[in-house]
Design a protein around this ligand. Structure first.
Ligand code: IPM
Ligand code: MN
Length: 358
């Protein structure tokens, strides 16, 4: 099989973790006899430094011409000036929009070997298995915004906007995912206050009732959901929500398995290449020190092979290698509080060794 992958390493630890994912991709190509054509392009802060634009045209074109995109992370203190013309994060928002990636899948699973790395008690988190589906190209992140002087005060606004088709497509995708899992879907909104949430709730209920009658469906307000995630995370299967709520709730949920460093995500549209990335950020404080955990990016590579290439066997091999290496006791610093740890490159090598021995 021939595939064209674009790597967007980005900023901070991005290049280090993507380098390990690339080694894993090469190992998979060899093991399964595929030919992967891999190219690298710039996004985020590094792209601002080199071109003034966090998402140069050339990067967009390369992504659109690929089968799938693997991203590291963007951003860092160097580009944090609130008065700057543009920001690294704008590049990420724009590539999502350009590729039509309206759904962001964030699986939150506890790894049995790491349950004690969670800040929450074992009896609460053990066995948690949630798939978050975050709407990714609408809502307040993309609504009309601006600044003004109102009543003599500097004022800023940003508007939450959702249309019926935007809600329909993401709820449909989430309900299909639920059908292939435990058959439960939770929609999270703030319909007691926000108008777009009332539309969201109406549309979500209609789509599920009409098209997925077999699904066990419920709605939860976002503030209550923030609580439930910490008190009874096992109650949830698939959770679908808007862009802003999904951004916040998935960072919260990432603490259930213990480390942000273990969690991959997939952003997909109705057609065309998807974008696969770790859910963590660029961690500038540890960049360049061989300390970062590459496993989230390596697991994102598995998601890429499964979702974009329909290669379950290859994806399973990577996931099994990750579990085997964890079971052997190897840990990067983020998941080995106080005990000996391995570096980014060493972790990549262990995964490759495990793949070779399968
Ligand atoms: C994420 C990130 C991005 C987001 C930022 C970097 C724009 O936090 O993928 O969750 O808010 O969507
Ligand atoms: Mn986020």
């Amino acid at each position: 099989m021939q595939c064209k992958f674009v790597l967007l390493p980005g900023d901070g630890i991005g290049p280090e973790i993507v380098a390990q994912a690339e080694r894993v991709l090469q190992a998979i190509a060899e093991k399964f006899g595929h030919s992967f054509e891999i190219s690298r392009h710039i996004i985020g802060g590094i792209a601002i430094d080199q071109t003034g634009d966090p998402l140069p045209r050339e990067t967009i074109d390369a992504c659109k011409a690929s089968d799938a995109v693997l991203l590291g992370a963007v951003g860092g203190p160097k580009w944090d000036d609130p008065n700057a013309k543009t920001r690294p994060e704008a590049g990420l928002l724009k590539i999502r929009k350009e590729l039509g990636l309206f759904a962001n899948l964030r699986p939150i699973q506890t790894f049995p070997e790491l349950v004690d790395a969670s800040p929450l008690r074992r009896e609460i988190v053990e066995g948690t298995d949630i798939l978050f589906v975050r709407e990714l190209t609408g809502g307040i992140y993309f609504g009309p915004s601006g600044t003004d002087v109102i009543d003599g005060h500097d004022t800023a606004y940003q508007t939450m906007v959702y249309s019926v088709p935007e809600v329909e497509r993401v709820v449909r995708l989430a309900a299909e995912a639920a059908r292939n899992r435990r058959g439960k879907l939770t929609s999270v909104d703030k319909a007691n206050v926000l108008e777009p949430s009332r539309l969201w709730r109406r549309v979500a209920e209609r789509v599920v009732k009409n098209e997925f009658p077999e699904i066990e469906y419920n709605v939860v307000l976002v503030d209550a959901m923030a609580m439930h995630l910490l008190s009874r995370p096992r109650d949830y299967d698939v959770v679908v929500t808007s862009n802003l709520f999904g951004d916040i709730l998935t960072d919260e949920a990432s603490m259930l398995p213990g480390s942000l460093g273990m969690l991959p995500s997939a952003s997909i549209g109705s057609s065309g290449p998807g974008l696969f990335e770790p859910i963590h950020g660029s961690a500038p404080d540890i960049a360049g020190k061989d300390l970062a955990n590459p496993l989230a990016t390596i697991l994102a590579t598995a998601m890429m092979l499964r979702h974009a290439m329909k290669r379950n066997e290859e994806a399973d091999a990577i996931e099994t290698a990750v579990r085997t290496v964890l079971a052997s006791g190897a840990r990067t610093a983020d998941i080995s509080p106080g005990t000996a740890s391995v570096g980014t490159k060493e972790m990549g090598s262990l995964i490759i060794k495990s793949l070779a021995s399968m």
